[in-house]
Ligand binder design. Sequence first.
Ligand code: HPA
Length: 271
Amino acid sequence: MLEKIKQTADFLRAQAKGEMPKLAIILGTGLGNLVEHIEDKQYIPYSEIPNFPVSTVQGHSGNLIFGTMGGKRVIAMQGRFHYYEGYDMKTVTFPVRVFKELGVETLFVSNAAGGMNKEFVVGDVMVITDHINLFPENPLRGKNYEELGPRFPAMTEPYDKKLVALADSIAAEKGLRLMHGVYVGTTGPTFETPAEYEYFRVIGGDAVGMSTVPEVIVARHADMRVFGISVITDLGGKDITEVPSHEEVQKAAIKAQPTVEAIVKSMVERC
Ligand code: HPA
């Protein structure tokens, strides 16, 4: 694995025009428009990157993008690898390990999620303050490479508190509604049953989705600072009868995009 990480990082270093970014952004479902805020873009299709798998889901284009946002060099993933697609955890999280090898210090992750918190409405944007890992596997299971991080990493502050506070102050300045919450990560690809949404709420979740947790675990293992943001694309629970679909999720995510864009762009400028 260490060999593969180095090989991919070497390839990207050789390809990238310009300085290596210290910030990486993973663009989730329907949030791909954030790329329009990246200047001087250099696209590298996943299919050209050694050891990178190719994403298969509708709405995920599959490019690594080097560029500049708010005056800072960034590297963005347009499309991520989901566990439900059949990739194993090492593959899902491989790009994060490559980012670390490239010198990335801060990771921004975004996703679409179903809301269980009764105060949420569709189109809300939620800053992730913590998560619950309900994937059947931890991406760090197996041999630990001390070069990448410790055997038993703490998860006391999975999402950087200073970055959460920065997001809050930007939202207040701009008069944007910004929620806080705990993200529950599950495998999918089924959306939840009413009882499952209730269960996730009862155990402390505010939103549920099919990504993010594996990447965040690997980023924290490598001591990267993490900021996470969810767009609430549907609501679930025992009193909710609307049926979520991939199309609805994408539509709602696009609606929330201006808020996500405003917050992420200002944060990149200031962090
Ligand atoms: N559940 C799981 N994943 C999701 C949902 C949901 O309701 N909405 C968007 N991604």
